[in-house]
Ligand binder design. Structure first.
Ligand code: GLN
Length: 506
């Protein structure tokens, strides 16, 4: 510490550097770090050291990461410092970020937390991480997830379960549980997750951080290992709303390599922050305050809505009548797409291969040994739903419900600007509590899944704590491609509360 303080001073004259204030650089946000890096109060290499020493202290208990490519991180930090010295600076230059391990990173193992891809090193880079590379970010590591992003707790990882930094006996949520825990534990500055039915927002909520699922098509899925292609989207998990805007800015935008990314202009997200929310209409869907939800979650979310009202927002009751079918429709559609997407893991093209007496036997053993139980369950469900004779009863019906859900939102958004709901019906649950009951686990995403079916954006932000000290999340939903309004609302709320500033004691 003293050593580095001296190095910090070498950059300037009589100022008090961030070092001398004894700030742990790993605790800073993206925006704060940019300021101190640009003022030359520290270097990307020093920031990296602080993040890595935090990892050395807490990672054994949190287990957020699958891979920590320390030499690569170091080389990237050096490169970032050289770029900064040359005045070649972007928003994320020198910023240590964590990336969910289902986004391909060229030359760095990308496992999807599956035995199937345990030794898979992609020969190409995903579009989102290429965009970060252009800005010379520093990759800290690849984070743990439920195998192929299927789950809500990270317990489905083939490697280990990540722990919630607020209570190590609890899950961090999932499937982006590693990214959310890494952010909450200050083991990175910010992270990327992916969200098919809630996998950015639910873990963000359970870990007390901010998570944003962008509109379907706002960004590129190229190089994101596919789970359910019509639902998957990559988004940021951050310490505050400003960082969510900055990270979104870096990854959003049309990509010719992904035909489902929209040729849409990307607005300046940070510019939306700071505008007031007077007169903003906030929809409160009556179907989202259900029996059986945790009373402290309901209380906190209602209190958050009252806070928004005190800032000038106008609450309006809305109805989303088809919400009750969302989980059922999702588990038909997502598993159908997954059964098709995961057909590529056959032991031939890449990844794990088991020995077999002939080709068919090799296929069967590869898939039997390479996939975990939840992935197999979903492949079977999806294959069944798509099979001749059942297609109309299940898959087609699921698609019809999807349309109705989308229309519910279209109607609601004729009356309101944003919709406020809880992110998750309860706070973090104990490791093991739901792992033997898939249905219970599926219900963790009851408030997030409709958003993916409708393709709209949503953000989860901290809005309180239970009496046991577990974080509670507020979800704000917006119109398609209107990330600005949910960011503006989230920012206004965040400014008038201090939930996001609390830190887990580890
Ligand atoms: N928990 C949901 C599922 O298991 C959502 C996962 C996700 O968003 N990737 O499918």
């Amino acid at each position: 510490m003293r050593n580095r303080a001296r190095r910090g001073r070498a950059f300037g004259k009589a100022r008090i550097s961030i070092r001398e204030q004894h700030v742990n650089l790993n605790q800073l946000t993206v925006a704060e770090l940019r300021r101190v890096l640009d003022k030359r109060e520290t270097t990307a290499c020093e920031v990296l050291q602080d993040v890595q020493s935090r990892i050395d202290t807490v990672e054994e208990s949190v287990k957020a990461y699958v891979t920590l490519p320390r030499d690569i991180s170091k080389a990237m930090a050096k490169e970032a410092d050289a770029a900064i010295a040359a005045g070649n600076i972007s928003q994320l230059t020198g910023v240590p970020l964590a990336v969910k391990d289902n986004m391909c990173t060229k030359g760095i193992r990308t496992t999807c937390s599956s035995k199937m891809l345990e030794n898979f090193t992609p020969p190409y880079e995903s579009t989102v991480t290429s965009r970060l590379l252009e800005q010379r970010y520093v990759l800290i590591g690849k984070t743990n997830l439920d195998e192929f992003a299927m789950g809500s707790s990270t317990e489905n990882s083939a490697f280990h379960t990540t722990r919630n930094p607020w209570n190590l006996t609890c899950v961090p949520g999932g499937s982006s549980g590693g990214s959310a825990a890494a952010v909450a534990a200050d083991e990175c500055i910010a992270a990327l997750g992916s969200d098919t039915g809630g996998s950015i927002r639910q873990p963000a909520s359970l870990c007390g951080v901010v998570g944003l699922k962008p509109t379907y098509g706002l960004g590129s899925r190229y190089g994101l290992v596919a789970f359910a292609s019509s639902l998957d989207q990559i988004g940021p998990i951050t310490k505050n709303v400003t960082d969510a805007a900055l990270m979104l800015q870096a990854i959003a935008g049309h990509d010719p390599l992904d035909s489902t990314s929209a040729p849409h202009d990307v607005p300046d997200y940070a510019a939306a922050l700071g505008k007031d929310i007077k007169g903003l209409k906030v929809g409160i869907p009556k179907e989202y305050f259900i029996d059986g939800m945790h009373p402290e979650v309901e209380q906190s979310v209602r209190a958050a809505i009252a806070t928004m009202e005190s800032l000038g927002a106008i609450p309006v009751e809305v109805s989303l009548p088809h919400s009750e079918y969302a989980v059922a429709a999702y588990y038909i559609l997502a598993t159908s797409e997954a059964s098709s997407n995961l057909a590529r893991y056959d032991g031939v093209k890449y990844g794990f291969r088991a020995k077999g007496k002939d080709l068919i036997d090799m296929y069967m053993r590869t898939r039997a040994e390479g996939f975990g139980p939840e992935v197999k369950r979903r492949i079977m469900l999806g294959t069944y739903a798509l099979s001749a004779g059942y297609y109309d009863a299940y898959y087609k019906k699921g698609q019809q419900i999807r349309t109705l859900i989308r229309q519910d939102f279209d109607q609601a958004f004729q009356q309101v600007d944003v919709i406020a709901t809880p992110t998750s019906p309860g706070p973090a649950f104990a490791v093991g509590e739901r792992s033997t009951d898939p249905l219970q686990m599926y219900l963790s995403d009851i408030f997030t899944i409709s958003v993916n079916l409708a393709g709209i954006p949503a953000i989860s932000i901290p809005c309180g704590f239970t009496s046991d000290g577990l974080p509670i999340g507020l979800q704000l939903l917006g119109k398609g491609f209107d990330e600005q309004t949910i960011l503006r609302t989230a920012f206004a709320y965040e400014q008038s509360t201090a939930w996001h500033a609390r830190k887990a004691k580890l």
